[in-house]
Design a protein around this ligand. Structure first.
Ligand code: THU
Length: 163
């Protein structure tokens, strides 16, 4: 028997003030676009902004539905927009933030498991890590070097290939 340990390293910035200007601006765009989210049920407005390898910036927000499972998270709306508007283009960085009238937005948001799976697929598809910046409207910013770090033991296309 063997006990294994898994760990990963990420960077914590006290606030956006310590970020490079381009990263602070991307997070600002994520927060600004969150205000346009369609989230009448949760009133939890999520915004995501991607900086692509071609320099373009694409944004996405959560889109809820009266049939709750039909709703989509901001991250997957963003990935669909990126691949539609800029096919086969790598993503350098995704900034994710949120706003809410009901809750404080002072802690980094943690992407849901389904979005982690989708982000991991995009990384694998374009063969380039996606750097993730997570923040609320205020407070710490967490930087993760690659989306797959957020999903250890991820299921991926390799499992579907013949050995
Ligand atoms: N949500 C996102 O858009 N991204 C996340 O990473 C977590 C949750 C959305 C889904 C739903 O519309 C609302 O936030 C509350 O769960």
């Amino acid at each position: 028997m063997q006990v294994q340990t898994h760990q990963f390293t990420y960077t914590v910035y006290p606030s956006t003030l310590q970020l490079q200007a381009t990263d602070a601006a991307l997070l600002q765009q994520a927060l600004a676009i969150s205000k346009t989210a369609y989230a009448p049920y949760s009133k939890f407005y999520v915004g995501a902004a991607a900086l692509l390898s071609n320099g373009a910036i694409v944004t996405g927000t959560n889109q809820e539905n009266a049939s709750f499972p039909a709703g989509l998270c901001a991250e997957r709306v963003l990935l669909s927009a990126v691949t539609s508007l800029h096919p086969n283009t790598a993503i350098n960085t995704i900034a994710i933030s949120y706003s809410s009238n009901l809750l404080q937005s002072n802690h980094p948001l943690s992407p849901c498991g389904v979005c982690r799976q989708s982000l991991a697929e995009y990384e694998e598809r374009l063969q380039q890590p996606i750097r993730i910046l997570l923040a609320g409207a205020s407070g710490e910013v967490w930087q993760i070097a690659a989306a797959t770090l957020l999903l250890p033991f991820a299921f991926n296309g390799g499992f579907l290939k013949k050995q």
